[in-house]
Design a protein around this ligand. Structure first.
Ligand code: PDD
Length: 279
C-alpha cells in the first residue's frame, strides 16, 4: 500500500508527518473522502469543491491546482491497484512551533491514503444499522470538514459500547443533526423524504446532495428540514448516507424499531437509484 505525503509516494507503514504539524496539534486541518466505484471516482469535483470551501472557511487555499490534485488522486488509485474503495485526502496548515494563532506563513501538509472497500450493491441485502441518540457536543461549524473529530469518535464509541452501530447526534432543541460520519434521513408516514437543511450544524454530504437530486428527478417529495428522534421513531423508514456507506437503512433507534423494523421499500428504491447513478 502506498500513501502520498507532500510530493512523495511512500509505503504506507513508513508514511508520517512532523510532530509539530498543526493537523496533529490542533486538528487545524481539513479532509475529504472520495468513493471509487469500479475504477471511477464518484463526484470527484463536488468533493474538491467542498475541500476548497472547507479550506476557505479556515483561511487557507487549495495547496495546488485542481488538475495537479486530480493527478495525484489518480496516481494513488493506480499505485494501490484500487478498483473500489476510498481515497482519503487531508490538508493541514503545516508544521510550526506550537502556538494557537494561525502562522502568517505556512507550507501546507498534503496527505493521501487509499483503501479497498466492497462494491456498493443494493441487490445484495442492504446492511441495516441501529443508532443511539446522543447529545451533539461538537463545535458550531460542522459544515467545515475538519479533522477535529474527537466529539464524533466519542459519540460513536458510546453507541458501540451500548451495542449500537452508530450515534445520531441531537442538538439543544432536540433535532437530529446527523450521524457521526453520515447524514441522517427519514421517510415520513406520507412517504416524504426529510433530511436536515445544510446549515452550520451538519456537513453538507456530497452523497446527500446527489440523492436529493436523484429523488427529485424521480418526482419524490423532499423537505430539507430538521426532525426529532420522536419524529424518526414515528417515521416509516430511516437511513443514512455518506461516501463510505453510500446508503444504510436505520431500522432501530434507541430501544424502538423504525416502522416494522425491516429495511423499507423507499430506502431500497433510493439505494437502487444511487447504485444506478454509480454505474
Ligand atoms: N463522512 N456528515 C459527517 C459528519 C461526515 O463525516 C460525512 C462524511 C457525511 C457525509 O458526507 P459525504 O456524503 O460527502 O461523504 C456527513 C466520511 C467522510 C465518510 O464516512 O465517508
Amino acid at each position: 500500500r502506498y500513501a502520498y505525503v507532500n510530493g512523495s509516494y511512500i509505503h504506507h507503514e513508513e508514511a508520517s508527518v512532523h510532530i509539530e504539524d498543526r493537523g496533529f496539534q490542533f486538528g487545524d486541518s481539513i479532509y475529504e473522502v472520495v468513493y471509487l466505484h469500479k475504477g471511477r471516482l464518484i463526484d470527484q469535483d463536488p468533493h474538491l469543491d467542498r475541500m476548497e470551501r472547507s479550506l476557505g472557511e479556515i483561511g487557507m487555499e487549495m495547496p495546488m491546482s485542481r488538475a495537479a490534485m486530480k493527478l495525484i488522486i489518480q496516481e494513488m488509485v493506480r499505485k494501490n491497484r484500487l478498483k473500489t474503495g476510498l481515497v482519503y485526502i487531508q490538508v493541514t496548515r503545516g508544521s510550526s512551533t506550537r502556538d494557537f494563532p494561525f502562522p502568517k506563513t505556512y507550507r501546507p501538509t498534503v496527505v493521501m491514503t487509499a483503501r479497498r472497500m466492497p462494491v456498493f450493491d443494493p441487490k445484495k441485502a442492504l446492511k441495516a444499522i441501529k443508532v443511539k441518540s446522543v447529545e451533539d457536543i461538537r463545535w458550531g461549524r460542522c459544515d467545515i470538514k475538519t479533522t477535529q473529530l474527537l466529539a464524533a469518535a466519542f459519540s460513536k464509541q458510546i453507541a458501540l459500547d451500548d451495542g449500537f452501530d452508530d450515534a445520531w447526534m441531537v442538538d439543544q432543541e432536540g433535532f437530529v443533526t446527523e450521524g457521526t460520519s453520515n447524514n441522517a434521513w427519514i421517510v415520513t408516514k406520507e412517504g416524504k423524504l426529510k433530511t436536515r437543511k445544510a446549515d452550520h450544524d451538519i456537513l453538507n454530504g456530497i452523497t446527500r446532495q446527489c440523492i436529493i437530486r436523484l429523488a427529485k428527478n424521480k418526482g419524490m417529495e423532499i423537505s430539507e428540514e430538521a426532525f426529532t428522534i420522536e419524529e424518526a421513531l414515528n417515521a416509516k423508514e430511516a437511513f443514512v448516507t455518506s461516501a463510505s456507506a453510500c446508503l444504510k437503512p436505520v431500522t432501530q433507534i434507541n430501544d424502538q424499531t423504525v416502522g416494522n423494523g425491516e429495511v423499507g421499500l423507499i430506502s431500497s428504491e433510493i439505494a437502487q437509484l444511487y447504485a444506478d447513478f454509480l454505474e
